[in-house]
Design a protein. Sequence first.
Length: 287
Amino acid sequence: MSAHSNKALTVLGLGDMGSALTRSWLAAGYAVTVWNRSPRPAPVGATVAATAAEATTGNPLVVACLLDDASVRATLDGVDLTGRDIVNLTTSTPAEARALSEWITARGGRFLDGGIMAVPSMIGAADSGAYVFYSGSTELYEAHAETLAVPAGVTYVGADAGFAALYDIALLSAMWGMFAGAAHAFALIGKEDISPVEFAPLMVAYQQAMAGYSYGTAAQLVSGDYTEGVESNLAMMVTTNATLLRTAAEQGVSAELLTPFMALMQRRVAEGGGNESNTGVVDLLRR
């Protein structure tokens, strides 16, 4: 197989994710050249390059899965990127992705940024639900869409190189909020004769039922009417928060995961938003 066929690519970075990506392409019949900053066993079947420059110039398509934005720049600094298609799957911020896009483009390459919505064990696994947000060069994406779809599903979110990172971090932020609520809930029942294993399905089902609330928030943000379709207004929610806090105190549980959001809710009420949903909190965060 020619090193420059459309069934060949380079992967920079052999951490858990980089290795999982490499294995998925190898399993699909791709010739994969790999390089890692420190000595590390490569997946069986991969060709190990001696230097980052050798790996990068060996194939038109180069996938970087390194530690951070700085490591990507350090790895590619001084490497001839003319005609290279660089796909960055390193976690970064939107601003970092945009700056890196300009940096790559100025050196003769095309750039696509990606946000991986999966853990390594989900990569290449059928029906795992893994997918990757991509943004940046439309031409690059269209040229390599088939290859990029091998490890996980693909969702292209636009030519703005920062959008993939923004989608990624926004969803991760939502995830941490959910995890925070779950941690508080488990702490509340911790001293009682209640099995966490038996409680978990109830919590998951309730979280899933409440997840749809985001559709209403989105619609209100577009319409600008935060009172539209409100069944339980913000003033009522703030009143109920007092009970949540008293319960935490009774159970000997810190409320520190709840109080920052509760403070924002109370502030919105004080500003006249008592008849709204909690969508107004979004405006407080954006000030």
